[in-house]
Ligand binder design. Structure first.
Ligand code: NAP
Length: 286
């Protein structure tokens, strides 16, 4: 039986700690504040934005929601971002992705002031992460690392396989593991014999978004299995890429879905917002 990597519990711990930091900031005259921008009413995005508001409340962060209509123009959205960039009372800006098809997401990511880019998607922040000196932690991969650390799982010298190579999960995940001295393989849709690659992994991280992709025979006995994905089952319930019932008996540690990586991602976003507010407070002093 594998140990369950309890992201929900650790995220609650992190948020409780953050509310202490938020209180210290308030005493110094700074109310940490995250602006969340939602364009359109994609149902998953609406839920994510609602969750972020709740996370802010639990972390002592003020949240501002900007809910814009689907037909919002590129220039209209950029103009809002410019306003938020200029506001001293806003420390973090998050533009909920995906954006409607007529909006150029890359241009929007570039518009956010890198010092307020708490998602760490701006190329300047991505560059800093690549160099191992992050300004902001990449939320999902840093959430995974915090979970591994909590359970004293050290990636140093381990064979790690990351399935998925997206800019927001797979690539930064591989980098964080590499920075912690793991031997990292990144697998993707063109990887021949994914099962054989996965079976090499002491730490297997799946970030694809395909229900049932990782079956029990792809898990090395004793491996740590981290399931980043969030898929909807036909009954509407959430599930990851990993067939939990098959992988769990073989793994030493495993994340549940839900309750594993998801809450950790959100906690790291809150942590980045507090960090941004602390910098703003330091600048006020100067
Ligand atoms: P994405 O941009 O769609 O990337 C998916 C990756 O999976 C791509 O690199 C793709 O390869 C690879 N892939 C697709 N089919 C594959 C296959 N059969 N075998 C191996 N690799 C395959 O997705 P994402 O944004 O990284 O998100 C991945 C999953 O994580 C989704 O379920 C998403 O909902 C979830 N997610 C969860 C959190 C969280 O907090 N828990 C946060 C972010 C995302 P190619 O590059 O070759 O196309």
């Amino acid at each position: 039986m594998a140990v369950i990597l309890d992201g929900k519990a650790l995220a609650a711990e992190i948020k409780a700690n953050l509310s202490g930091r938020a209180q210290t900031l308030r005493e110094k005259g700074v109310t940490p504040c995250l602006a969340v921008v939602l364009v359109g009413n994609d149902s998953a995005s609406v839920i994510y934005v609602r969750n972020k508001k709740k996370d802010c409340e639990e972390s002592g962060i003020k949240s501002l929601a900007f809910e814009l209509p689907e037909e919002t123009s590129q220039s209209g959205l950029i103009s809002l971002i410019n306003d938020l960039n200029a506001r001293a009372d806003v420390h973090g800006i998050l533009v909920q992705m995906p954006l409607p098809g007529h909006i150029n997401e890359k241009e929007i990511l570039l518009a956010v002031d890198p010092r307020k880019d708490v998602d760490a998607f701006h190329p300047e922040n991505v560059g800093l992460i690549t160099q191992g000196q992050p300004r902001f932690a990449p939320c999902t991969p840093a959430g995974v690392m915090a979970l591994l650390d909590k359970y004293a799982i050290d990636p140093k010298g381990k064979e790690c396989v990351v399935v998925g190579r997206s800019d927001i999960v797979g690539k930064p995940m591989a980098l964080l593991l590499l920075h912690r001295h793991a031997t990292v393989t990144i697998a993707h849709s063109r990887t021949p014999d994914l099962a054989a690659v996965c079976r090499r992994a002491d730490i297997l991280v799946s970030a694809v978004g395909r229900l049932g992709l990782i079956t029990g025979d792809m898990v090395k006995p004793g491996a740590v299995v981290v399931d980043v994905a969030m898929n909807r089952k036909p009954d509407g319930k959430l599930a990851g890429d990993v067939v939990f019932a098959e992988a769990e008996p073989k793994a030493s540690y495993i994340t549940p879905v839900p309750g594993g990586v998801g809450p950790m991602t959100r906690a790291i976003l809150m942590q980045n917002t507090i960090t941004a507010a602390e910098w703003a407070q330091t600048q006020m002093k100067g």
